[in-house]
Design a protein around this ligand. Sequence first.
Ligand code: PTJ
Length: 240
Amino acid sequence: MIPKHPRAKSLEQRHLIEKGVSKGIVTPTGMIAHGRGEAFDYLLGEKTSVEAEKQIEAAASMLLLAKKPIISVNGNVTVLCAKEIIKLAKVLGAKIEANVFYKPIAKRKKLIAKEFAKQGMQILHNSNAKIPGLNSERKNVSREGIYSADVVLIMLEDGDRTEALRKAGKKVIAVDLNPLSRTAKKANIAIIDNVVRAVPLLTKKSQKYKKKPKKWLTGKVKKFRNKKILRKIELRIRKG
Ligand code: PTJ
């Protein structure tokens, strides 16, 4: 048997991002974002840490307690893990909405929706409501999606949106490999892991926790301390 290239998984992700750029789903800046993620992933040993597993457990609990959970998707996550996001949405009974930062907004949202439709899932991509306090195009959302959701799962973000969503009274769960990012710090729950690993594990935990009583789930969320766990991950990176 020919041994696999030691970095086969990360090369595969790069290839998906490159292909996504050529199709217009991923913004060219998405390649820079991906490179940043790769660097953090490398420093974290390219595996889910024990801390990330705890973050994922708290996130699964919060999503299961939600009345209207929503999964927000952009270009990068669509090409990296659309299939896995669909599985998660089904387990949670959550909607999925396309929300992007970089232009051309309407065209890219449509392309993202088409990609999900190819995998058998209709997702929201209309803009008929606004999240107050946001200057970027991310403010334009669907009324029946992000606008009316109580818990929003976001992935690979650029900063401002977490704060604006929280000010709008929503709970935010963010997947971001950078434990020092504003998104990670401002989220109710940050998951410091690669989306390609975090999303399937979140699905697995959600499936398992579905049978748990509400009180148990609430306890799990109450015990969670975002800042404390982020510091632990930062130390993990600094110590190598
Ligand atoms: O599709 P759009 O227009 O919404 O644009 C999306 C990007 C990702 C380009 C945009 O949101 C952006 O520029 O993001 P930033 O500011 O580069 O932040 C992205 C964060 O995601 C960084 O902290 C990266 O470390 C992190 N990241 C990158 N790849 C992954 C990741 N986190 C988890 N899994 C990854 N695969």
